[in-house]
Design a protein around this ligand. Structure first.
Ligand SMILES: [Ca+2]
Ligand SMILES: [Ca+2]
Length: 228
């Protein structure tokens, strides 16, 4: 299991994925930019590679759909179970096939894990991940992340802020002011467009059990451009 390597790039190349959970979704029109056609969902479309670390396992029975589509946030005080555990130092690479991230005003990309406030906060239980982006899948740009800087709330890392966006409550997953999750601005790394996102557990939170490390719920495009 630990050596599991799942590479899914061979299938569906260039073919936009069908929207996830079309029939049951309640977020149509409430969250996505009106200028974006409905077929172009703002979530990851494919898993390119999953390299689980020690203590991974949780969520693999629902892989890859568990990390595609919208996040299923459980609010400030509880962690979502709609996640894939990366394991200690594990990583996952996702691809957008219909709507890519572009550098627009402010935050361009949101990454959703399952942190939650401890006893109402302000401290949170977190498992930090380092985020990288790429437009061609070859040249990567990594956001600086301080995974042990608790005093400053782990600047630059994903997996820090609780997630409120959930298709069931109508809270938009593409609005950084309400969605929760951790925001990333492509300007930080000097990239104008990204079709790939990679998240690597920072190896700072142990390897016991089957839900070790960063637990990925999903990613969302805030500022996007349609791909041909
Ligand atoms: Ca930006
Ligand atoms: Ca975990």
């Amino acid at each position: 299991m630990l050596a599991l390597l799942l590479s899914l790039t061979a299938c569906g190349d260039g073919e936009p994925s069908a929207p996830q959970e079309d029939a049951g979704s309640k977020d149509s029109g409430s969250g996505t930019d009106a200028s974006v056609p409905r077929a172009a969902d703002p979530y990851a479309d494919e898993v390119v590679e999953f390299l689980p670390g020690p203590g991974a396992g949780f969520g693999q029975d629902r892989f890859p759909s568990v990390v595609l589509g919208p996040p299923v946030g459980a609010g400030l005080d509880s962690g979502s179970l709609d996640v894939l555990s990366l394991g200690k130092s594990g990583s996952i690479t996702l691809r957008f096939t219909d709507l890519a991230v572009v550098d627009g005003p402010g935050v361009d990309l949101l990454v959703f894990e399952n942190p939650f406030l401890i006893a109402g906060g302000p401290a949170a239980f977190t498992e930090r991940g380092q985020v990288s982006v790429s437009d061609d899948g070859v040249q990567w740009f990594t956001f600086p992340c301080a995974p042990t800087d608790a005093a400053n709330n782990y600047p630059g890392c994903a997996g820090v802020r609780p997630v409120t966006a959930n298709p069931a409550n109508g809270i938009s997953a593409t609005d950084p002011s309400v969605a929760g999750g951790d925001g990333f601005d492509l300007a930080t790394v000097g990239l104008s467009r990204a079709r790939y996102v990679r998240i690597q557990d920072t190896g700072t939170s142990g390897s016991a059990g089957s839900s070790a490390g960063f637990d990925l719920d999903g990613v969302a495009v805030v500022n996007g451009v349609l791909l041909p």
